[in-house]
Design a protein around this ligand. Structure first.
Ligand code: ATP
Ligand code: MG
Length: 251
């Protein structure tokens, strides 16, 4: 413990972390075991990151920070080593043939998870589905394009102002492109995992996204559709999840 604290202080002293003032117990609790601190040093060198700025979000399983590479903002997602539930994430990895060769242990499952999110971002973007640009990954850390203005990260769809009819159509089209062109189902799609920026939707948080051959991909897709339809219904958009399903999955 003593070690971890001093390693964090070291990072702050070297001005690699600049969010000291806004740092609360939640933030420090979340991220800074010694392995993670080491991984932060390493990825900073590897990707030429100038410094890590404030946390955009601190959740139970990860924290997302704004950082800078040559003065330009990026987003750095750091998965917590200890709270990522092995059993829960294992199902999203094991059934996905792309990761069939990965050995999964309690120690490395988080690394595979970060790699999987990176791979999914790459495949989504290749298919033209708007999502953060994948920049790199290292151990339990993922670096990606930052979505937002200089001052503020883009809001999640839940907190955004948008034209419901238009955005509903856009989201369904994105699900269809993800399915048909990237062979992916998001598998945790909701108003919390979409950002709204300059009148466009971005899929984020794609670690759990699975290839369509995953044995549960159909269940995941139906759940995504249900979440989306339920959210847009609050804005008066009527839709039928079964019909939406058939527009996404080719018959
Ligand atoms: N590339 C990005 N640019 C700007 N903001 C981002 C980016 N990625 C994530 N965020 C912000 O960070 C938040 C958390 O990211 P994400 O949804 O990927 O993590 P999470 O796994 O849901 O974290 P949690 O542990 O809270 O569940 C998002 O809701 C969003 O506000
Ligand atoms: Mg999320």
């Amino acid at each position: 413990m003593e070690n971890e604290k001093s390693a964090l202080e070291q990072l702050i002293k070297e001005k690699l972390f600049s969010f000291k003032d806004g740092m609360d117990r939640k933030t420090t609790d979340l991220l800074f075991d010694s392995r993670t601190l080491k991984a932060i040093y390493e990825i900073m060198g590897k990707l030429d990151i100038d410094y890590i700025d404030y946390p955009i979000s601190t959740g139970k399983e990860s924290g997302v920070f704004k950082a800078y590479v040559h003065g330009k903002p990026i987003a750095v997602k750091i998965y917590k080593m200890s709270t990522l539930k092995f059993g829960k994430i294992e199902t999203y990895i094991r059934g996905d043939y792309r990761f069939a060769k990965e050995k999964l242990t309690r120690g490395n499952v988080v690394y595979v998870w970060a790699k999987k999110e990176f791979t999914n971002l790459s495949e989504l973007r290749k298919a033209g589905v708007l999502s953060p640009l994948p920049i790199g990954f290292h151990k339990n850390i993922l670096a990606m394009g930052y979505i937002g203005t200089r001052e503020l990260p883009a809001p999640i769809l839940k907190d955004a102002d948008f034209d419901p009819e238009k955005v509903f159509v856009e989201v369904v089209r994105m699900m269809a492109d993800a399915y048909r062109k990237a062979n992916l189902v998001h598998a945790d799609l909701s108003e919390y995992n979409m950002l709204y920026y300059r009148k466009k939707v971005y899929f984020i948080d794609v670690g759990q996204a699975v290839n369509i051959k995953h044995p549960s991909s159909e269940i995941f897709l139906r759940r995504d559709i249900f979440n989306v339809c339920t959210f847009f219904k609050k804005y008066g958009v009527e839709s039928n999840p079964l019909e939406v399903y058939s527009t996404i999955v080719p018959t």
